[in-house]
Ligand binder design. Structure first.
Ligand SMILES: [Zn+2]
Ligand SMILES: [Zn+2]
Length: 421
């Protein structure tokens, strides 16, 4: 496509989405590879759910008063008249899959991970996309706070491998259905007293779900929220004990943390543990990953009474602070002269590829000088020279582009040489 054509309206990527091109995508692949190997060391397995689900799933799961559901969902009616939503997060899909396939009856650990795009109709801004990407992990059926500590440690293990430094871990408990109502009432009372200072959004939240006021980024709201009562003072015996065990677990694993009683997370379903790992140097949107426990979600879906815990990591944000070196590519460029050599080149390329060497053949007839110019431009590590003489003798020329040294021999010998370097 010419530049003119792509600049025409309608042919550019939709606002809030973007292409991840070669040159950048290698970092994504590295992150995905490290996430996969790290999570599998902890007994996690991949679970891939569809990109879209019935809207009801997120209304029920994510919570009808959360910002995600009230303002940010990509919802549309399909040709069958069903209300469909592009997933804004992953957890409800996993809960649905467990219920649908009765994975809880299989006896395997319910530890799942996934990586992929999520969708929120949010205001696009720097570092924020409407199609964004998450690494998501879920554990179902483990009540013990030790598993919350374990997944926080797992997150750190991954961030270490990604070269992310200067992080801080925030933890809190948001209580349970037994103790949160009393806290909600105290919060509602406190919010009512300072209602005039709150933004329009938070004035509404003060009545529907005052906990959400803590998510607001407006200065006046943050200031008012700082004077609100702390949930830590309202936890029931069970929640207090659970939170104590989480902190014990983090101590055992030597993960430094700070208890932040304002950390309530933006979704309705959290119970007990919530946590975030934040990075310096990312501004206001500094959370690299966040998660917590959702012990009632499965039950609320009409499924078995199975507790859950997990986190979601923003891939874009983590890559912005990760120190990942691009992998070194060693391309073998095949320079052929003449039709016979071109044909033979196909088979030669196949031989090298089958033995693990990245081999590039371009089918544009060139002179030897032009071939070398092209190989230089592509930063090829090696050039294999194939002409009529070489075909007759079965010995080919191989040039090491970095040193300029040239070798000559049958293809097996040249392969051994390439693999040795
Ligand atoms: Zn409680
Ligand atoms: Zn506000």
């Amino acid at each position: 496509m010419t530049e003119d054509a792509s600049a025409k309206k309608g042919l550019a990527a939709i606002k809030g989405t973007r292409d991840i091109l070669p040159g950048e995508v290698e970092k994504w692949q590295a992150l995905e590879g490290l996430a996969r190997t790290t999570f599998e060391l902890y007994g996690f397995r991949e679970l891939r759910a569809p990109v879209f689900e019935a809207t009801e799933l997120f209304e029920k799961g994510t919570g009808s008063t959360s910002d995600v559901v009230t303002k940010e969902m990509y919802t549309f009616t399909d040709k069958g008249g069903r209300s469909i939503t592009l997933r804004p997060e992953y957890t409800p899909s996993v809960a649905r899959a467990i219920i649908e396939h009765r994975l809880d009856l299989e006896g395997a650990p319910m530890r799942y991970y996934y990586m992929g795009p999520m969708f929120r109709y949010d205001k696009p801004q720097k570092g924020r996309y409407r199609q964004f990407h998450q690494v998501d992990i879920e554990v179902f059926g483990e009540k013990d706070a030790a598993v919350d500590a374990e997944i926080i440690e797992m997150a750190h293990a991954l961030l270490d491998k990604l070269g992310v430094t200067g992080t801080e871990t925030l933890v809190n408990s948001v209580g349970c259905r037994a103790c949160r109502p009393a806290y909600g009432a105290a919060l509602r009372e406190a919010a009512a007293k300072r209602k005039d200072e709150l933004c329009a959004d938070c004035q509404r939240k003060a009545e529907t779900n005052p906990l959400r006021i803590f998510d607001c980024k407006v200065d006046a709201c943050r200031e008012a929220a700082a004077s609100f009562p702390s949930i830590q003072d309202y936890l029931c015996e069970e929640c207090r004990e659970h939170f104590g065990k989480l902190l014990d677990g983090l101590d055992v694993l030597k993960i430094p943390y700070r208890v932040d009683p304002r950390l309530v997370r933006g979704l309705d379903y959290y119970t007990k543990t919530t946590f975030e790992i934040v990075a310096s140097g990312l501004g206001a949107q500094n959370a690299l990953l966040g998660g917590g426990r959702y012990d009632d979600m499965m039950k609320d879906f009409g499924g078995p009474d199975i507790c859950g815990t997990g986190f979601a990591m923003g891939i874009e944000r983590v890559l912005a602070v990760a120190a990942l070196a691009p992998p070194e590519r060693k391309i073998l460029y095949l320079a052929y002269l003449g039709d016979k050599a071109k044909k033979a080149g196909l088979e030669l390329a196949r031989f090298f590829r089958a033995n693990g060497v990245e081999c590039l053949v371009e089918y544009k007839d060139r002179g030897m000088k032009a071939h070398f110019g092209r190989a230089n431009k592509l930063q090829a590590a090696w050039v294999l020279i194939v002409g009529d003489n070489e075909l007759r003798s079965g010995r080919f020329g191989l040039k090491d582009m970095a040193s300029g040294r040239q070798f000559d021999g049958p293809r097996e010998d040249l392969l051994a040489l390439i693999l040795k370097r």
